[in-house]
Design a protein around this ligand. Sequence first.
Ligand code: GUE
Length: 288
Amino acid sequence: MSATIIDGKASAARLRAALAEEVAEFTAEHGTPPGLATILIGDDPASAVYVGGKQKACAEVGIKGFDHRPAGDASREEVLALIDELNADPAVSGILCQLPVPDHLDGVELTNRIDAGKDVDGLTIASAGRLALGMDGLRSCTPAGVMVLLEEQGVELQGAECVVLGRSNLFGKPMAQLLLGANATVTMCHSRTRDLGEVCRRADVLIAAVGVPHLVKGDWIKPGAVVIDVGMNRLESGLTGDVDFEAAKDVASAITPVPGGVGPMTIALLLRNTLQAARAQRRATFPS
Ligand SMILES: Nc1nc(=O)c2c([nH]1)NC[C@@H]1CN(c3ccc(C(=O)N[C@@H](CCC(=O)O)C(=O)O)cc3)C=[N+]21
């Protein structure tokens, strides 16, 4: 048996096409498009590629991009002042501070300066708290993208055994919360988990986000499981995930490739969040 290769690139393209229509309607109705401000501090080449991709995607769906690039030695006060300015700017619906930030700055502090209504990354204390409490709100883009892929595959999450490898604030924790919200049985694993392979073998849905190339072996996968690879490891041989894809595809029923799986969905969900934020801001400003 060979697994279905989940085409995240195609899903993301469909989502962007649908969003382009919704953005056009929003813009016609309100006279101004939704706006997304990105903040990239310094000139890390990998981060510059990601932020460039986000800006390009905005332009393609009709969202106005604001591309801020403070120098790598920008002071804390300088960046906080920039965020305050964007928080107050009605043309800016969403704000994203690209992580990681240089060592002399605190990414958690900077992220939390973002107005909760403009937190399109879903990473502020308010957004994380709303998710944990089962309230509506802006969701972290990569986990939200994974939920879209699982839904499109028709994966039944209610009562399913879902195992999440990795407990980051950016991905693992919000992923687990979204799965819980869909009534899955969720197990979280991390670097101190004993018998990782044993736990993984229980999973109907196995989601890996640890940043260790090919950590997940073929015999860690239950036959027929759905495998989602969130790893983005840049090796000399190219970009590779956390799953031994060649071995996994003979065991799983469906699997995401790297690249072309979860990555493109992250950017599409960022656009969706920006539109969601813009709509909520209009509602708050002009109650009907
Ligand atoms: N505040 C913040 N929010 C983020 O969402 C955020 C961040 N910081 N820091 C870095 C990570 C990483 N990330 C990716 C987005 C898209 C791809 C993506 O499109 N990947 C393509 C390949 C890209 C390539 O070839 O390099 C793919 O998987 O097919 C990857 C990684 C967002 N991040």
